[in-house]
Design a protein around this ligand. Structure first.
Ligand SMILES: Cc1cc2nc3c(=O)[nH]c(=O)nc-3n(C[C@H](O)[C@H](O)[C@H](O)COP(=O)(O)OP(=O)(O)OC[C@H]3O[C@@H](n4cnc5c(N)ncnc54)[C@H](O)[C@@H]3O)c2cc1C
Length: 364
């Protein structure tokens, strides 16, 4: 019995043990295996996922660093290679005119206004990269101040040397642009949003006024006058000089436009400048109201300066040089047609009052 009971107890023990094994053993090992497998699979997945994320992260960082380096590596404004500028301000004046401010990005930090020093008219070439064409645009020495939301004159060299603060002036260039319905570059530019990158090169010197006037000033000791006769966006060439503080010559501007409001915020600045500055006078012809286009030539003719003559004692306003800037038909009317890239003969209204190719320049 004892033996039996011993055996029985052993059997019972082993049954109990096998029950235990049955209840927990096989299932436990199956589950733990599956869990272990799942854990392994999960670990593997996590490892692969982590690896991919790290690779993507590293690639992204590498690309961003490469991109920002590439962006920062843009050269300073120069006439040969293109430099990247960002659109920092854009204002639509009406359906066809807008103002555009371009600010150098990255390490490009050339203060071109300081270098050119007021006595040259200059433009930059803007690239339209889709069709690989360039067009010239004439920067104005103005910048948009975000604090008071107004246009200001770029700080003069004197102010910069005095270290005055111009918080939103970052060597930017301001453009007044007319958009043409079929215009390849103006339509493209007009659609670009703020912060978009535009590539430009320059400066391209369109007229060196200093060279023209220095001879006169040294011979007479007087401050010479330069006459600008402009229409449309041609006015910017005169305003580029008039908005600076150069005292080496006077600017007499005769401008023909449809409506002076087409200048937008430039209108007030131009009128103020002509009232307050001793170097700039504006005579303006608006064609929007009564003035029939047929009367423009005679009205214009009455406002023109005659060429300066040393012996002349007449009270009629004179100038040592005339620059004509505007659409083709206007340039022809005032000074005779341009022949392609050459000046052509001087004809039209200026020729009628004695101007010649020695003292007239047809800009565009
Ligand atoms: C030295 C220089 C400085 C300049 N500065 C400025 C400036 O500051 N602001 C500015 O707006 N422009 C300026 N221009 C003119 C500018 O370079 C472009 O010619 C003008 O913006 C048109 O370019 P687009 O590619 O849009 O038109 P395009 O594709 O060249 O021309 C398409 C059509 O637009 C019309 N069109 C183009 N230009 C004229 C025009 N002058 N008169 C009448 N119709 C025209 C014509 O119908 C033409 O067939 C300057 C030009 C020069 C040479």
């Amino acid at each position: 019995m004892l033996i039996k009971s011993g055996i029985a107890s052993n059997i019972l023990k082993s049954q109990a043990a096998s029950k235990l094994v049955y209840r927990y053993g096989p299932f436990r090992s199956l589950r733990s295996d599956t869990l272990l497998n799942r854990k392994n699979t999960l670990n593997k997945k996590l490892f692969v996922f982590g690896g991919i994320s790290l690779t993507i992260g590293a690639l992204y960082n590498f690309y961003s660093a490469y991109e920002s380096k590439r962006v920062l590596e843009t050269p300073d404004l120069n006439p040969i290679t293109f430099s990247k500028y960002a659109i920092t301000y854009k204002e639509s004046i009406d359906d066809t005119h807008f103002l555009l401010e371009l600010t150098p990005i990255g390490l490009n930090s050339r203060d071109i206004w300081k270098e050119i020093r007021n006595s040259k008219i200059w433009s930059v070439e803007v690239k339209q990269p889709d069709i690989m064409v360039v067009r010239n645009y004439t920067p104005l020495p103005l910048y948009f101040n975000k604090k008071d939301q107004r246009l200001h004159q770029v700080p003069s060299v004197k102010h910069v040397e005095e270290n005055k603060e111009f918080d939103t002036y970052n060597n930017s260039l301001m453009f007044y642009i007319k958009k043409y319905e079929n215009g390849e570059v103006t339509r493209w530019l007009c659609e670009k949003p703020i912060d978009a990158i535009v590539e430009i090169r320059g400066p391209i010197i369109d007229l060196n006024v200093n060279e023209i006037v220095s001879d006169y000033s040294s011979k007479t000791g007087l401050i010479p006058s330069i006459q600008f006769i402009t229409a449309g966006t041609g006015i910017v060439s005169a305003l580029q000089l008039a908005f600076q503080d150069y005292k080496g010559f006077k600017i007499n501007l005769v401008d023909v436009c449809n409506d002076i409001h087409e200048l937008g915020p430039l209108k007030e600045l131009t009128l103020q400048r002509s009232l307050n500055s001793s170097i700039f006078t504006l005579k303006n012809i608006e064609t929007k109201n009564d003035l029939k286009l047929i009367h423009v030539p005679s009205t214009l003719a009455k406002l023109l300066d005659i060429p300066y003559q040393p012996q002349s004692r007449s009270n009629i306003s004179t100038a040592v040089f005339s620059a004509v800037c505007g659409p083709e038909g206007f340039v022809s009317l005032v000074a005779g047609p341009k022949l392609g890239n050459t000046q052509g003969q001087i004809a039209g209204l200026l020729a009628n009052i004695g101007w010649t190719s020695r003292n007239v320049y047809k800009m565009y």
